[in-house]
Design a protein around this ligand. Structure first.
Ligand code: SF4
Length: 368
């Protein structure tokens, strides 16, 4: 993360983090009353989505820190919760929806963390198995130089046993994480893709080798692990390449440490097409054979998705037969044809994942 300037809006002025973060980063600071002024300036840049990656807005989260994952209609959702610590990302993926989601996007980090911990206490007290992650509107590990929030959260989650935190990343930045004392209440998760997708579509992310090496490092410290093959992208030779990623993964990672692996194919809201085509002219990903699905997103034709999933699932099952596999946002037919069952056979996807987390991370349900 290369931040050239910090902006502090009026709402955050009195929060201790609005003083601590500028001290840590040592870059120029501007106090702005209304962030609209900043957004207007960034929007005028030749590439606003890139300009927004080098400015940091310190502001308050005006809504809830804990939110339900929006999921998508007509597809099986996993009942995940989002811990909304900040927004946008210093890395730059051609398919990233955040480019089109915010207008214009800028890095934002929320300074009212007292409210976040209060909400977490309420969440823990519910006593249900909770699965929550910070990697939905940002990457979970890019903020550590700004403020080591991942480290603090790992420690906070270690003090309870009803919920797990999933830190999802495309970095290899694991050095700030506690080596001990996490009590398995944090799952360290990596998004994985093929070498060619990483090289061509995921600018400034860690290489596949570095991601696997980082996973190996935290595995040695006893963290439970997860991996997300998402978004899987179709291109000539992709089936062999994805199987090759699985081979590399299991040559270094012990399947018995993996809580789950998810699979999802590239899908996008139509608004992304213009932004990705403008910012990634050498990328052809938005020009494949897509259909507009029931949720309004563009998806590969179903038979192509099923074939893509099947080849990777076959290889994963060969190497790691006991690992729980699931789809992020797929329909019943895809589950049935690619995995051979639907989540309903096991009480639903949410329950399947809860049970896995309970077993592997030692969670206890105390509520109904
Ligand atoms: S790493 Fe994730 S959040 Fe960051 S640019 Fe890529 S897709 Fe977006």
């Amino acid at each position: 993360m290369k931040i050239s300037k910090i902006y502090i809006d009026a709402s955050a002025e009195d929060d201790p983090l609005a003083r601590q973060i500028p001290d840590r980063l040592g870059v120029p600071v501007d106090h702005i009353g209304d962030p609209a002024w900043l957004y207007k300036g960034v929007a005028k840049a030749p590439d606003p989505e890139s300009a927004g990656k080098s400015v940091l807005l310190l502001t308050r989260n005006k809504g809830s820190f804990i939110r339900n994952c929006p999921g998508t209609s007509h597809y099986t959702c996993c009942g995940y919760r989002i811990l909304h610590i900040g927004a946008y990302c210093s890395m730059d993926c051609a398919y990233c929806i955040l480019q089109a989601y915010y207008h214009p996007p800028v890095l934002q980090f929320f300074t009212n963390q007292g409210q976040m911990y209060e909400e977490l206490d309420g969440f823990f007290a519910e006593g249900h198995t909770g699965r929550i992650g910070t990697g939905e509107f940002t990457d979970s590990l890019i903020w550590e130089r700004v403020f080591p929030i991942a480290r603090y959260l790992v420690n906070y989650f270690s003090g309870q046993d009803t919920a797990i935190l999933e830190l999802k990343t495309k970095t290899a930045a694991v050095d700030s994480l506690p080596q001990t004392g996490h009590c398995k209440k944090t799952i360290m998760a990596w998004s994985l893709n093929t070498e060619s997708v990483i090289r061509e579509q995921e600018r400034s992310t860690a290489s596949l080798e570095s991601r696997i090496a980082a996973a190996e490092k935290v595995q040695a410290n006893g963290y439970p692990l997860a991996f997300h093959f998402d978004p899987m992208i179709l291109y000539p030779g992709c089936h062999q390449d994805y199987a090759g990623v699985a081979d590399r993964l299991f040559s270094r990672i012990d399947p018995s440490n993996i809580v789950w692996i998810s699979l999802g194919s590239f899908r996008f809201m139509p608004e992304l097409k213009e932004v990705a085509a403008r910012r990634f002219p050498d990328s052809g990903i938005v020009y494949g054979e897509f259909i507009k699905a029931l949720d309004g997103k563009m998806r590969y034709f179903k038979p192509l998705r099923i074939r893509l999933y099947r080849s990777l699932i076959e290889r994963i099952r060969e190497k790691a037969p006991g690992v729980l596999l699931y789809f992020c946002m797929e329909d019943q037919e895809v589950w049935e044809k690619a995995l051979g069952y639907t989540p309903e056979a096991y009480g639903g996807l949410s329950r399947m994942l809860d049970m896995r987390a309970e077993k592997m991370c030692g969670l206890k349900r105390t509520g109904q």
